[in-house]
Write a protein that binds this ligand. Sequence first.
Ligand SMILES: Cc1ncc(COP(=O)(O)O)c(C=O)c1O
Length: 438
Amino acid sequence: MGKLAITGGKPTRRRPFAPWPVYSRDEARGLEVVLRSRNWGGYPFPNSFASAFGRNFARFHGAKFGLAVANGTVAIEVALKVVGVQPGDEVIVPAYTWEGTVGPILLLNAIPVFVDIDPDTYCLDAALIDKALTEKTRAILPVHLAMRFADMDAIGEIARAHGVKVIEDCAHAHGGMWGKKGAGAIGDMGCFSFQSSKLMTSGEGGAVITSNQEYFERAQTYVNCGRASSTDKFKHRFIGFNYRITELQAAILESQLQRLVKQQEIRQANMDHFESRLRGTPGLGFLKRDRRQTRVAAYQYVFKYLPESFDGISRAAFLGALEMEGIPCDGLFYEPVYKSALFPLSPEEFPALSWGRPAPLDLKTMYHCPVSERAAYVESVWLPHHIFLGSRRDTNDIADGVLKVCENISELRGLKHPAIARKNMSRAERPRVERRQY
Ligand SMILES: Cc1ncc(COP(=O)(O)O)c(C=O)c1O
């Protein structure tokens, strides 16, 4: 019997952390108003709660217009369509992200071009974009990942110089700020997700924000089955789909938005404390915060476990042990999309991959992004945001758990345990074992 819970010792923590999602009488009141109104859907469009929420959400981030939609994946599709991505165009994306960033590019029969991430931020490495640009590049799609931003100033300059658009994937960045601008209001369009695990949630849901009225109205037409936009100022007529959000979701989101800043402050204070307890521990690494990032949105607290400093004991072993200490954690949260089992790309389904080429582009084998691969398979540790919404004691438990596993790492040598096996499972394999709602 060892000291670690995974080898029979006493766990650092037995009590659950703060529950997620958070709700109060405010959400219940909003839902009741919608229920009683019998006006539950997204049509007539844009409906009352959805309009008000879209406006408030955009304003909160410093954009002029906002449109709530069915989910974050759809939000990205809408933005790509709205800025004019056409079949055969190329869109630059970071390799290390959720498949939902990339799928919509293919759905429009355009081509994702994977670029590696910066090891200091885990976000798109702006210095590598130049090499990926071609005359077919139509947009750059940075993802604000792991509490950080890509160098949005550099990306803006590159985009202006080459006449391409910038679409921000802000699925992790509600309320984040770069300089004086909110996430999603830095580029041409910003896309958000309100899926269950996100910093604001209505179970499912999404939003696009922009300060360009024509883009906003094009988005309205696309998500409302091709109908004219509310002003019809631009006379857009093209095929659209039903990607509307419901009034029930929009009512919940309004209350979630009211709570966001307070939650962000609590989370940040706890994460700062957590980091101050961990800094200096040999074998742990930290992402860098750019001075231009004026407000952090931390969907997960992300740090690095460097197996080389722990005698080669794998991240999965570290995470399995940490989970057994009572601390929820993840490692294979994302994979480079081109390597993911959730990216079983078949070129026949996406004809643009073959256009003008003797053989279709094989996106699954043509890339090697070493920083993304190391983050995904070797070193990144992801701790869910809601465990930092509790007390200082809760946060100390998280830090105690991490430090305890580091100090007793030798107990993990050669250990086989189901908790370790689970930490080696990809997102594609997990539904078999996962009990969490998200
Ligand atoms: C980075 C990123 N992009 C896009 C999405 C897609 O959002 P949704 O799940 O709401 O479709 C997600 C959500 O998981 C995400 O994390």
